[in-house]
Design a protein around this ligand. Structure first.
Ligand code: TXA
Ligand code: MG
Length: 353
């Protein structure tokens, strides 16, 4: 067991001594969790293979699923990549710093382990003062997957990071809860047209306004598990975002969804099972389950995204036998929320009719 140091900082004006302390750990090949605008990341020096191996092991992450490399200035990109296509330049101008990760052909300075042996590298410039200050002070690109144990919901607060990784990492920089709540959008710009591999903080609609050719990978809207051969992004084939309690997702017309959830709740109740429902503020009143949590209004998908992972984690301490979740609208960040819910359910999806 390591001693995990907790460094509390001001999210707007991070104290430089604490950032330097964390940066010294990164430079020494150690592991530091830090906030971004999306979720907390677990950082290590992207160019230090030994540190990267420790990063995988701390999270129990499969070695074939590479982390995202975080940079704090545009000049780093040509150093880490072979080429920056014109579509990528436009997207970086518009969305960086921000919740957009771009997949490029990688350069030879990037260690094999950092990219899990792939010819490509995923890069993003986060929009959080603490993250940017940490990268700047560390003087290296920082590889950072989400700071959760592999398969668990991503952490949106330092408490979530501690829950999963206390004693397994060297430090956590705590700057309070994250703003967006779902991870960055992953877009492959090493192919033409660019291909959206993971929906996230930048919506598909917003990307298309800048590069209209952007395509959705079929997996992003998939309601089924994908075969490993078709997994374009390594993250597509691994179990993800799951609370410890089994989750069932009910999709379809809202009134039918509500009817189906009520029926299921009664069935479970008759079988002496405790049910938790993940509802929305418009519908929560209708359910008579053991625990009902609300993601917020169906008209505000951004706010739903912010709360999603926290509520999934909270259900684990509620002692319910099953969680039943309502599907949400697919526009804007709704696409990311539904993608996470489908994965969290292990594709245990009921179509309400
Ligand atoms: O918002 C975020 O993106 C957060 C914060 C910390 O920045 N990070 C994050 O990292 O979500 P992670 O490792 O949990 O997810 C990275 C995703 C995975 O699905 C991985 O398969 C994909 O990016 N990825 C990484 N490198 C790739 C590559 N070369 N080609 C395709 N997909 C890649
Ligand atoms: Mg992750």
């Amino acid at each position: 067991m390591k001693q995990t140091e907790l460094l509390k900082v001001d999210p707007q004006e991070p104290e430089i001594e604490k950032i330097s302390q964390a940066a010294n750990l990164i430079k020494a090949g150690r592991l530091v969790a830090f906030p971004t605008e999306t979720v907390y990341g677990l950082g290590a020096d992207a160019l230090n293979p030994k540190a990267i191996l420790e990063l995988f092991s701390a999270k129990n992450r499969p070695l074939d699923n590479p982390p995202i490399v975080h940079v704090e200035n545009f000049e780093e990109v040509p150093r880490l990549t072979q080429e920056v296509p014109s579509a990528a330049k436009k997207l970086m101008d518009k969305f960086w710093p921000g919740p957009l990760t771009l997949v490029f052909k990688r350069s030879s300075i990037v260690p094999e382990v950092t990219v899990a042996g792939l010819e490509t590298i995923a890069i993003r410039m986060p929009q959080h003062k603490v993250a940017l200050a940490l990268i700047r002070e560390s003087r290296c690109p920082i590889a950072a997957p989400s700071a959760n144990m592999a398969g668990r919901p991503s952490p949106t607060s330092a408490e979530h990071v501690l829950e999963d990784l206390n004693g397994r990492i060297d430090a956590i920089i705590d700057a309070g809860p994250t703003r967006i709540g779902v991870e960055s959008t992953v877009l492959d710009v090493s192919v033409a047209p660019p291909l959206l591999l993971r929906p996230g903080g930048v919506s598909f609609e917003a990307l298309k306004e800048v590069v209209k050719e952007v395509q959705l990978h079929p997996f992003v809207v998939s309601e089924k598990e994908i075969s490993p051969e078709k997994a374009k992004s390594p993250g597509m084939k691994h179990k993800h975002y799951a609370p410890k309690t089994p989750l069932i997702l009910v999709e379809g017309d809202l009134s039918k969804v509500m009817g189906t959830i009520k029926e299921l709740t009664t069935d479970y109740w008759l079988n002496n099972k405790k049910v938790g429902v993940l509802a929305t503020s418009e519908t929560a009143w209708a359910y008579e389950a053991e625990v009902v949590k609300t993601l917020g209004s169906r008209r505000n998908v951004d706010a739903m995204a912010t709360r999603l992972f926290r509520l999934l984690r909270e259900f684990d301490s509620e002692n319910v036998d099953v969680i039943i979740a309502e599907g949400v609208p697919l526009d804007g960040l709704g696409l990311a929320v539904m993608n996470r819910l489908r994965k969290a359910s292990g594709y245990n999806i009921i179509k309400a009719v």
